[in-house]
Design a protein around this ligand. Structure first.
Ligand SMILES: C[S@@+](CC[C@H](N)C(=O)[O-])C[C@H]1O[C@@H](n2cnc3c(N)ncnc32)[C@H](O)[C@@H]1O
Length: 311
C-alpha cells in the first residue's frame, strides 16, 4: 500500500481538530472548550507552579475569606473563587438553589450523596437539614474526601455529615448494616456519570429506596447521562421532573432531573426473598448484570427473588 505523504497526514489531522473545535463551539459556545482548556492545560501547569492543587486552593480561600461556623459564607467563598479564579465541578449556586428547594420540600431525615468533591453540595444540603437528620456522602478520591471533611468542620456541620472514602458501588451494599440505614429519603447523584444508572439499580436491589424517596441527579444535560435518563423516564415507578439550569460557573445549559418514587414495587416483605436480597447486597454480589435497564418493573426486579407488594 502506498504511504500517505507526511504533509497530507498533518493537514488531515489539523482538519479533524478544527472540525471537532467547530462542532464544540456550535454545540456549547465558548464555555465548554474554555473549561477543558483550563482543566487539562492551565490547571496542571498552575498546580506545578504553585506546588498545590486547585482543591487545596479552594479550601485555602474558604479558610481565609469565610466565617467559621457560617455555612452560607463558606458557599459564598467557594462560589466567588470558582467564578473569578478557577472553574471547579461543584454544583454551583444556580443549580444549588434547585438543590436547596428539593431539600426544603422533602425535609429528609437520611440523605445519601454520591460524589462529594470539595464538599460544596454537602455543606449546601447539610445546612438545611432538620436537627437529627443526617447526610452520608461518598467520595472515591481520598484527597477530595479530606478537603470535604475540612470544609464541613469549618462550616460547623461535621455532626450532621459522615464522609466516607470509597467507591459508591462498594459503599451502597454496606449502608444497611454498617451505617444503620433502613431506607433513604433523598439521594443526590453527582459522581461520574456512567455510574448513575448502575448505582440506581444497586440502590433498588439493596432495598434502600421506598415510596416517596426522591433522587436528584446533576449534570443530566452536560456531560449528560443518556442511559440513566432513558431508564428513569421510561419507567412508570419514577415521576420525573426536569429543571433546566446552567452548568456551574458558566453559561452552558445543564439540568437536574428529580425522580420521585411512585407507590409500586418498593415494599418488600420480610420473607426469604428479601433475606436473599439483603444477604447478596451485604456480600456485594447483587447480580447487576441480570437486570435489564429500561425494561418494565417486572423485568427490572425479576432476577432478585423478592416479593413486591403494591403500597
Ligand atoms: C461533580 S463532582 C461532585 C461535586 C459535589 N457534589 C458538589 O456539588 O460540590 C464528582 C465527584 O464524584 C467523585 N466520584 C466519581 N466516581 C465516584 C464513585 N464511583 N464513588 C464515589 N465518588 C465518585 C469524583 O472523585 C468527584 O469528586
Amino acid at each position: 500500500m502506498p504511504e500517505a505523504p507526511p504533509l497530507l497526514l498533518a493537514a488531515f489531522s489539523l482538519g479533524l481538530v478544527l472540525l471537532a473545535l467547530v462542532l464544540c463551539l456550535r454545540r456549547w459556545g465558548l464555555a465548554i472548550p474554555f473549561i477543558y482548556w483550563h482543566e487539562l492545560v492551565v490547571q496542571p501547569l498552575y498546580n506545578l507552579f504553585m506546588g498545590n492543587t486547585k482543591e487545596q486552593r479552594i479550601l485555602h480561600h474558604v479558610l481565609q475569606h469565610a466565617v467559621a461556623g457560617d455555612p452560607q459564607s463558606v458557599l459564598k467563598a467557594i462560589d466567588t473563587y470558582c467564578l473569578e479564579k478557577e472553574w471547579a465541578m461543584n454544583v454551583g449556586d444556580k443549580k444549588g438553589q434547585i438543590l436547596d428547594a428539593v431539600v426544603r420540600e422533602q425535609c429528609p431525615r437520611v440523605v445519601l450523596e454520591l460524589g462529594a468533591y470539595c464538599g460544596y453540595s454537602a455543606v449546601r444540603m447539610a445546612r438545611l437539614l432538620e436537627p437529627g437528620a443526617r447526610l452520608l456522602t461518598i467520595e472515591i478520591n481520598p484527597d477530595y474526601a479530606a478537603i470535604t471533611q475540612q470544609m464541613l468542620d469549618f462550616a460547623g456541620l461535621q455532626d450532621r455529615v459522615t464522609v466516607v472514602v470509597g467507591a459508591s458501588q462498594d459503599f451502597i451494599p454496606q449502608l444497611k448494616k454498617k451505617y444503620d440505614v433502613d431506607t433513604l429519603d433523598m439521594v443526590f447523584l453527582d459522581h461520574w456519570k456512567d455510574r448513575y444508572l448502575p448505582d440506581t439499580l444497586l440502590l433498588e436491589e439493596c432495598g434502600l429506596l421506598r415510596k416517596e424517596t426522591v433522587l436528584l441527579a446533576d449534570n443530566v444535560i452536560f456531560p449528560g447521562t443518556p442511559d440513566f435518563l432513558a431508564y428513569v423516564r421510561g419507567n412508570s415507578r419514577f415521576e420525573c421532573t426536569h429543571f433546566t439550569s446552567y452548568l456551574e460557573y458558566s453559561k452552558a445549559v445543564d439540568g437536574l432531573e428529580k425522580m420521585g418514587l411512585q407507590a409500586s414495587t418498593y415494599a418488600v416483605d420480610a420473607g426469604s426473598g428479601n433475606l436473599w436480597k439483603l444477604l447478596s447486597c451485604a456480600l456485594a454480589v447483587c447480580p447487576r448484570g441480570l437486570l435489564s435497564p429500561g425494561g418494565s418493573n417486572a423485568s427490572v426486579m425479576a432476577p432478585c427473588p423478592t416479593t413486591h407488594t403494591h403500597l
